[in-house]
Design a protein around this ligand. Structure first.
Ligand code: Y12
Ligand code: CO
Length: 174
């Protein structure tokens, strides 16, 4: 499967993803193809919509204490629903669909998520720390929300300026 990361400001990123009904070979092939894309771009999380598949599926591989991301730590979440959330935390986030831009974003500190694995089995996870932040970031993608939407208006203007400048420089370099 030949996948490419969809980048801001592509409108595709604003689509609402649809619930997964079939846990079939097609779903497994998509998840399998998303994994190397995320790992080869130093990602820790990727939603299916970011590779132009608007379905409720996301993958996460949070670095361990040594900063490693072994495949056994990979989590695939299908049809996730955040059922509980509390606390507050701030972390400097980045997104493979908004390259080269990082900003502090406020999130819930603790969350509980119900989801299905690739075979349709129901799972529950209680998350905190980077796992909680990454789940919320990817979960937002499923609703067509990007982390830059959460910036204050002044920080959003700063982003738009930086983005335009980067685009100009890209064009010049061609
Ligand atoms: C904290 C931080 C990030 C998230 C959401 C998941 N985001 C990512 O995995 C972002 C990865 C990323 C990787 C980059 O490196 C390459 O593309 C090689 C990157 O650098 C550039 O675009 C130049 C930016 C982002 C949740 C919580
Ligand atoms: Co993202």
């Amino acid at each position: 499967m030949n996948l490419k990361i969809v980048e801001y400001p592509d409108k595709k990123l604003r689509e609402k993803s649809q619930k997964v009904e079939k846990f079939d070979k097609e779903l497994h092939e998509l998840l399998d193809a998303m994994y190397p894309i995320m790992m080869n771009t130093n990602g820790i999380g990727l939603a299916a919509i970011q590779v132009a598949h608007p379905i409720d599926a996301l993958i996460l591989n949070i670095p361990d204490e040594e900063g490693e991301q072994p495949k056994e730590n990979l989590i695939e979440m299908i049809n996730p629903v955040i059922t509980h959330k509390n606390g507050e935390t701030t972390y400097q986030e980045g997104c493979l669909s908004v390259p080269s831009f990082y900003e502090d974003i406020e999130r819930y500190e603790f969350i509980t998520v119900n989801y299905q694995d690739r075979d349709g089995n129901t799972q529950t996870i209680e998350a905190d720390g980077l796992m909680s932040i990454a789940i919320q970031h990817e979960y937002d993608h499923l609703q067509g929300i990007l982390f830059i939407d959460k910036l204050s208006s002044s920080r959003r203007r700063k982003f738009e300026k930086e983005y335009k400048r980067a685009q100009k420089e890209k064009k010049k370099a061609k």
